[in-house]
Design a protein around this ligand. Structure first.
Ligand SMILES: [Fe+2]
Length: 296
């Protein structure tokens, strides 16, 4: 088609893609073209601004490495990851609310017996004892569910960001017992800033936004016949709970990290203060899918 006027371009692109055999790809790309063209007509970017936008996209790809996924990070700080998660996992349908996978899941956590300690190298912070159960929508315990756990250290860094930590520190994979229960030991995590040394950091600074996430533990719970649950349990007394840079905080997944000023602790070597967290998860029937790890 020979273009006579700017207004014809959107239809011309849609027509060019109309023969796409895959119906879903055809639908998704047609909507993408319509909405992105509408965005451009609203914003009317200058050519300099368009080049800056292209540089941002190139930059988030180039800033992605084995230890950091800047593309996932960009989707997170723009609310895109949380929106996709909630569209696929509506709040209030009986199952535990979902939260984003984030850029730090490694997909290869060591499998431990119930009760094991995630701490693999000297890590500061008060001991934390986490326990809970995994159930179906009708409240029946789910034995044999895999509970994959990972969190940042009390200084706010994941193992692969911090040369002070052993590989796989504060990560572990557990299997629920016959009553659907799980438990493990760790240290209380801190909140942390998302990485700000790439294009996403430049964007946050330009927007006068802080880069912080409230303290949380990541969980991914899988069992054949049930939809994979990916979520985070936040600390109810955490800083930045109301202003999470990734918009992940949902009321029902704010947990209570209970401070015990003194013992007895669930482990004999713990003296003095420690925390406990109890949280039960509910899975809904569906397909078990394992995401592609954003980093190695
Ligand atoms: Fe995290």
């Amino acid at each position: 088609m020979v273009i006579e006027h700017e207004s014809e371009i959107t239809g011309a692109v849609e027509a060019a893609m109309a023969q796409t055999p895959d119906a879903r790809l055809r639908e998704v790309m047609a909507a993408f073209v319509r909405h992105s063209h509408a965005f451009l007509r609203e914003v009317r970017p200058t050519e300099d601004e368009f080049e800056a936008g292209m540089r941002f996209l190139v930059g988030i790809g180039q800033a992605t490495s084995e230890v950091k996924n800047e593309v996932v990070l960009a989707a997170d700080v723009l609310g895109i990851s949380t929106l996709v998660g909630l569209l696929n996992n509506p709040i209030g349908c009986g199952q535990t609310a979902a939260a984003l996978l984030g850029p730090f899941w490694r997909g290869s956590a060591p499998r431990y017996p119930l009760g094991a300690n995630l701490v693999q190298s000297p890590t500061p912070g008060l001991p934390l004892f986490v326990s809970g159960a995994v159930r179906d929508i009708d409240g029946r315990p789910l034995a044999g569910a895999d509970v994959d756990v990972w969190h940042a250290s009390p200084v706010g860094l994941y193992d692969n960001q911090d040369p002070e930590q052993a590989d796989m520190n504060l990560r572990g994979l557990f299997t629920t017992d016959a009553e659907g229960r799980f438990r493990f030991r760790s240290v209380r995590p801190a909140g942390y800033p998302v990485p700000t040394d790439g294009p996403v950091g430049d964007l946050l600074r330009a927007q006068r936004r802080h880069p912080y996430r409230p303290a949380h533990i990541h969980f991914m719970i899988t069992r054949p016949g049930f939809k994979t649950l990916i979520t985070q349990i936040f600390a109810d007394d955490a800083d930045h709970l109301e202003t999470d840079v990734t918009f992940s905080v949902i009321r029902s997944i704010v947990g209570h990290y209970t401070l015990h000023e003194d013992g007895p602790a669930p482990a004999p070597d713990v003296e003095g203060a420690f925390y406990t967290l109890q949280y039960d998860f509910v899975l809904e029937p569906g397909e078990m899918r394992i995401p592609i790890p954003p980093i190695a």
